[in-house]
Design a protein around this ligand. Structure first.
Ligand SMILES: Cc1nc(NNC(=O)[C@H](CC2CCCC2)CN(O)CO)c(F)c(N2CCN3CCOC[C@@H]3C2)n1
Ligand code: NI
Length: 188
């Protein structure tokens, strides 16, 4: 189980590296890593356990954030409405992910973004593609090709950025952090 002490913080070079492609079949260590990356999200999204373990809640977690420079990240975007019983909007460990196409239209989270590896709040819109087509392998090596939009698309782009050494604030407009073009949509 990863705890906040296991999360690498901004300034550590691993967060600025290009992560290595993951080989299949997964090693025992990579299987464990995939499990632990998803477990962190599940536990952190349970308010009681999150509080008890002193975690910061997350909807995504990339391997470089726990010091492992490999192309693997967990994504768990819960269904927006209250009743928990609904299926998550997106839940998987994305391995060797590639964004094969993205919309010209930009999108951003209205409240900006944060990062478990960045302790300070950095205000501003993080412009991303509003819709993406994502190809990745799951822990069994099965290829997936999914079209995502809005919230899950934003989360996946934030995670895939980590695998290429990019952090969310790299995208914030320096002159006007809240600059927006008229066709930008705002999510959440
Ligand atoms: C948007 C949001 N970001 C949270 N944290 N930041 C993260 O996930 C970072 C990644 C996200 C930052 C912006 C896009 C991706 C982690 N990152 O650094 C990984 O690279 C949240 F926790 C959160 N939610 C909404 C859903 N809620 C369900 C119930 O449990 C609480 C949970 C809170 N939404
Ligand atoms: Ni992050």
């Amino acid at each position: 189980m990863f705890l906040m002490k296991d999360i690498v913080r901004d300034g550590d070079p691993v967060l600025r590296e290009q992560a290595q492609k993951v080989k299949f079949p997964l090693s025992k260590e990579d299987k464990q890593l995939a499990h632990d990356l998803m477990e962190y999200l599940e536990v952190s999204q349970d308010p009681e356990q999150c509080e008890k373990l002193g975690l910061r809640a997350g909807v995504g977690l990339a391997a470089p954030q726990v010091g492992i420079s490999e192309m693997m990240a967990s994504v768990l975007v819960p269904s927006e409405d209250e009743d928990e019983k609904d299926e998550p909007v997106f839940k998987d460990v994305i391995i060797n992910p590639v964004i094969v196409s993205n919309s010209v239209q930009r999108g951003a989270l209205t409240e900006g973004e944060g990062c478990l590896s960045v302790d300070k709040d950095i205000p501003g819109y993080v412009p991303r593609a509003a819709r993406i087509t994502l190809k990745y392998q799951d822990v069994d090596g099965k290829e997936h090709k999914v079209r995502l939009k809005n919230y899950p698309a934003i989360v996946c782009q934030h995670e895939i950025d980590h695998l290429h050494g990019t952090l969310f604030y790299d995208h914030i407009n320096k002159d006007n952090p809240y600059a927006k073009t008229d066709d930008e949509i705002f999510v959440y």
